[in-house]
Design a protein around this ligand. Structure first.
Ligand code: GFB
Length: 316
């Protein structure tokens, strides 16, 4: 178990994942949480990151910062996704080594796996074939992050571990229609159609791709579990092991938000990876499994979204 009274740095605390980890650590009694907003610290800048680590001296690090987005943002801004993430992973891992961080958890993404990986995808599928082109830049940066943790462990003996989550959703998500992921985008589109009494809602692609969705509170729980119980070089998949089509997801969101709406597929938009479901047997064998069913997670996220709209705090 990591020490609940040690200084812990959550890099990326304002994002979907970072905010969930912060909530989870606070609930768990961690007493010395350190964060740094973008305006205070540019995580792409090694000298700024070094200075911050020298001043703050964290003993544990959750490296969950990055430039993230959905399929369109990834395919139209590949340079940003590659550069920002490569730099952020490099600076934080290196600074952590330099000041002697005892344990670091690095968060990757299931998009690291080859486009035609055998499903469900095991950890061993990494680097077994070409990547999905819509998110190649992001995936390459995420693979570099895994290799940073592995090599710093091998060369310097750092206890740096990596977790690879599947597609995430939950409170604090980005509801931007162009830049965000499918689940918040659909929730917002059905919500706005209901408000406008519109009868049809657009869903990108064919509806045929299959995706697995993990609630971010489950992910935060898994991250703390791994920090407490896992110390090895190999990365660990984090998911539910259950997937469905985008059409099924759209229908579930429609039933929850605007049951009278009709769905119209916009096939000018990309489908991306045909299927992405993780083999989670490694994590299950370690003793962790997801506990928030999709239906419950969708309802909670929609309640959160409406409240955030009312409060004016939703990210668009
Ligand atoms: O969530 P999403 O952008 O992530 O798209 P990916 C998932 C699927 O939903 C794709 C479809 O087949 C989309 O075409 N989709 C339908 C929509 N309607 C929408 C919509 O309104 N917005 C969005 N965004 N999609 C991402 C990667 O890929 O997965 C990232 O780009 C990251 O790198 C993330 O790894 C986990 O699963 O396709």
């Amino acid at each position: 178990m990591i020490d609940r009274d040690a200084p812990v740095f959550v890099a990326g605390h304002r994002g979907l994942v970072g905010s969930a980890i912060l909530r989870r650590l606070e609930a768990d009694g961690f007493s010395d949480l350190r964060t740094a907003g973008r305006e205070e610290l540019d995580l792409r800048d090694q000298s700024a990151v070094d200075a911050w680590f020298d001043a703050e001296r964290p003993r544990h690090v959750f490296l969950v910062a990055g430039t993230v987005g959905g399929i369109l943002a990834n395919s139209t801004r590949p340079a940003e996704f590659l550069y920002d993430n490569l730099m952020i992973h490099g600076t934080v891992v290196h600074a952590s080594h330099r000041v002697g961080v005892e344990k670091l958890l690095y968060l990757g993404s299931s998009c690291i796996y080859p486009r035609h990986a055998e499903q469900p995808i095991t950890e061993e599928a990494l680097l077994g074939g070409p990547l999905e082109p819509t998110n190649e830049g992001y995936a390459l940066a995420k693979i570099a992050g895994i290799k940073l943790c592995e090599t710093y462990r091998r060369q310097y003996g750092c206890d740096f571990i990596s977790a690879m989550p599947t597609n995430l959703y939950g409170p604090g998500d980005n509801f931007d229609l162009e830049g965000g992921h499918v689940l918040p985008a659909l929730m917002r589109r059905f919500h706005e159609a209901r408000e406008a009494s519109a009868g049809t809602v657009a869903v990108w692609g064919t509806g045929a791709p299959r995706r697995e969705f993990l609630h971010v509170d489950d992910l935060a729980d898994a991250c703390v579990f791994l920090m407490d119980h896992y110390s090895d070089a190999g990365h660990v998949n984090v998911g539910t092991g259950v997937d469905g089509t985008i059409r099924e997801l759209a229908e579930a969101v429609r039933d929850l938000v605007h049951p009278d709406a009709a769905i119209e597929f916009d096939t000018s938009k990309p489908d991306g990876m045909p299927r992405k479901v993780l083999d989670v047997s490694k994590l299950t064998a370690l003793g962790w499994q997801a506990s928030i069913p999709l239906e419950e997670g969708l309802a909670g996220t929609y309640a959160w979204y409406r409240q955030a709209l009312a409060d004016g705090t939703v990210r668009h």
